[in-house]
Design a protein around this ligand. Structure first.
Ligand code: ZN
Ligand code: ZN
Length: 168
């Protein structure tokens, strides 16, 4: 089943194209950039200054069947959590870009670090859409990221066991 990438609001087109190529390298699937969605004002929480990832995910589910990854250039949260890098259920997933930038932590911009994080979080959330759970292997992309240093350490590759389950 092909993987559709959906820009949720304004997302850099070059980044979308780079992500498409990166995902094609990881999954044996066609990846395409589908039509985008409007800015998700309905998901904005003013008090938190964050967007509710679960609400965006619901809209993605309404948009289409099939495997979808939404990309939002926002900081996301889910109920009971201060923030999430992304969220997935069923065939749809969402990632938030804002928190993946070095600038978010007051550090100088680093495009390479940022792009690697985007690919890592995208592969992780899409992994959930294939039915993979979290993995105990610290170098596996399905390891749960609590912090950006987890994301940076694990990278975007599946461990042998997760890769076999993905193919299965
Ligand atoms: Zn996860
Ligand atoms: Zn694994």
């Amino acid at each position: 089943m092909a993987i559709a990438l959906v820009a949720v609001g304004n997302v850099d087109r070059k980044l979308m194209e780079w992500l498409k190529m990166g995902l094609e390298g990881v999954f044996d699937e066609e990846v395409f950039i589908a039509g985008g969605m409007d800015e998700p004002g309905y998901a904005f929480n003013e008090t938190r200054n964050q967007y509710n990832s679960t609400a965006i995910l619901s809209s993605l589910h309404e948009l289409a069947r099939g495997r979808l990854l939404g990309i939002a250039d926002h900081d996301l949260f889910a109920n009971g959590l201060n923030f999430v890098f992304g969220e997935a259920w069923g065939g749809a997933a969402i990632i938030g870009l804002a928190r993946l930038r070095q600038e978010f932590c007051g550090l100088p911009c680093d495009e390479n670090i940022f792009k690697k994080r985007v690919l890592t979080e995208a592969v992780h959330e899409l992994g959930h859409t294939y039915g993979l759970g979290h993995c105990d292997e610290p170098d596996c992309v399905m390891f749960f990221s609590n912090t950006l240093s987890d994301t940076d350490r694990k990278g975007f590759s599946f461990c042998g066991r997760c890769r076999r389950r993905l193919r299965g």
